[in-house]
Structure formats: C-alpha cells, structure tokens
Write a protein that binds this ligand. Structure first.
Ligand code: FES
Length: 141
C-alpha cells in the first residue's frame, strides 16, 4: 500500500474519531493487512496525525520565521501559562491541545494559528486571550 493512500485512511479515521487510538490502528492493521509497527511509524512521523486523545479545540501555533519574527513566542508562552500546559499537551479540562506547526500560509498576517483547522491571524496576546474566552464560552453552550 502506498503511503499516500495510508495517509488518507489515517486522516479519515482521525477526522471521525478525533485521534488515532490503538483500537482504531488495530482495526486498520487487520483490515488493510498493515503491520502495527508501520502504522505507528507513520502516525507518529507526521505532526498532523495524533495518537493521543485531543482536546475539543486543537490549537496549532505557527512556529515558522515570519510568525516568530512577529512575536509568536510571546503567544506560545501565554498559551502555556494560561492553559497550564506545555506545547504538545492537552489542558486538564480537555478543552485545548496546543501544538506548534510549520507555516500555515498566513505569513502576511503573522503571527497566526489554526484552531481546529480554522486560521486566526494578526495575533496578539490580548487577541488570543479573547479567542480562548470565546472558545470556552462556546464549549459550555
Ligand atoms: S510563517 Fe507563520 S504563517 Fe507563514
């Protein structure tokens, strides 16, 4: 099986279930006759694939040059402080998982991040604080 097809399968399952659980990977392994070791090596190689349960909102903060030059590190530190987690972790309330990603194509409006795939640009700490408040409100409604 070509990796491209395998990536489509893994994305499909992740989109449906939120992440690639061991149970899901075993099912794919049996169905497509792919060794678990290969599935894990692919699932852990690509940063857009997740093998751990994710928060309701997955935040991917761009860590590429245009965003770093426009102070994305301040936003990164704010997210870690505000959510009491480090990059790559999920908040205790299971609302937010935060990752760093490479360029998301919004360099002209840096710094930028994705929340569940939706772009948020021209970020400041104040704006990110408002975005988190809005997401918390939406999660409880
Ligand atoms: S460098 Fe951050 S969006 Fe391109």
């Amino acid at each position: 099986m070509k990796d491209k097809l395998l990536l489509n399968i893994l994305h499909e399952v992740q989109d449906k279930e939120g992440y690639l659980s061991e149970k899901s990977l075993k099912k794919i392994s049996v169905e497509y006759n792919i060794p678990m070791s290969k599935l894990y090596s692919v699932a852990t190689f690509y940063t857009m694939l997740r093998t751990k349960k994710q928060g309701k909102y997955v935040i991917e903060l761009c860590g590429s040059p245009s965003c770093v030059l426009n102070k994305s590190r301040e936003i990164e530190k704010f997210l870690e402080r505000e959510l009491k987690i480090e990059i790559g972790e999920t908040s205790k309330d299971d609302l937010f998982s935060v990752y760093k990603t490479s360029c998301i194509g919004c360099c002209d409006e840096a710094p930028a991040m994705l929340v569940n795939g939706e772009p948020y640009t021209k970020l400041t700490v104040k704006r990110v604080k408002e975005i988190l408040e809005e997401l918390r409100k939406n999660a409880n409604s």
